[in-house]
Design a protein around this ligand. Sequence first.
Ligand SMILES: Cc1cc2nc3c(=O)[nH]c(=O)nc-3n(C[C@H](O)[C@H](O)[C@H](O)COP(=O)(O)OP(=O)(O)OC[C@H]3O[C@@H](n4cnc5c(N)ncnc54)[C@H](O)[C@@H]3O)c2cc1C
Length: 290
Amino acid sequence: MKNFDYLEPASVGEACALLKQHGGDAKVFAGGSHVTILMKQGLYQPKALINIKRIPELKGLKFDDAEGLIIGALVTHRELETSALVREKFPVLCEAEREVANIRVRNMGTVGGNLASGEPLTDLSQIFIALDGKLKITGPTGQRRLPVEELFIDFYTTSLAEDEIITQIVIPPLPPRTGIDYIRFSSSSVVDKPSAGVAVRLTLDEETVRVARIVLGCVGPTPVRARNAEALIVGKKLTTELAAEAGAIASQECSPASDLRGSEQYKRAIVRTLARRASTNAYERGLGDG
Ligand SMILES: Cc1cc2nc3c(=O)[nH]c(=O)nc-3n(C[C@H](O)[C@H](O)[C@H](O)COP(=O)(O)OP(=O)(O)OC[C@H]3O[C@@H](n4cnc5c(N)ncnc54)[C@H](O)[C@@H]3O)c2cc1C
């Protein structure tokens, strides 16, 4: 590893100023679970690491009736998994977190780092997109909000500027009669990261689907909404046949690569099953909600 400066700003403003000052030669360091590996492999050779771990405004979880669940970028996977507040408001996040990586990574890795890495084999992005999550981002010129869906551009590439920091992730309150499910699949030989993960959120009018989000993760360079499958089920009651058809359509709306986690065909078959099951579960939960 090459030598680098190690800096510990006390505020987001200071961190952004340091990033700007270093141009593309500095990297944000949160939990370090991703950065450290890439530095050891020589893929990142930053001249400076900007450790944001001590910045208080990036920490904490809270719920606001108007805004919803506000997740500080430094909240770790383990905090999300074990939070009573999250369990009450968005239990799907606690359930998903139980399967993320291993306890060591969950203790170190942060939600902000998970998203900002642009790593495709992750779990949270597809759930946040299904929940219409937004990011609060700060840069040297001020703050902006960005739908999580618009963060991801390509493999390990996001729309964040070099001098911007994710400060919070905001999940709006759910309308009544909303059901959510997330199902991930890991191949038995490679258990750490998922081969595929599908998040579904359905909001119903009586028994009819009014809003549908079907989001496919790990099966392409970025998470992707299965918009044709969503369009198929909106305005209808979700029958077994319709859920199966939506799964089949969703499996054609991603671009999985053949790799050690499975062939392209195998991953499409997994997506087909996960999308069918998650849609059915989300629908049943929506019927039982309110
Ligand atoms: C063995 C292993 C298994 C894993 N399995 C899973 C899994 O099953 N599911 C899953 O979802 N993930 C998985 N991951 C990914 C893991 O969740 C992420 O590595 C972790 O969340 C990254 O957070 P961090 O704080 O450690 O990020 P860091 O390593 O500190 O940073 C990651 C990247 O984001 C940037 N960054 C960090 N925070 C911010 C911020 N607030 N604003 C702007 N940029 C920022 C950094 O500059 C860097 O480029 C796994 C990782 C490992 C190593």
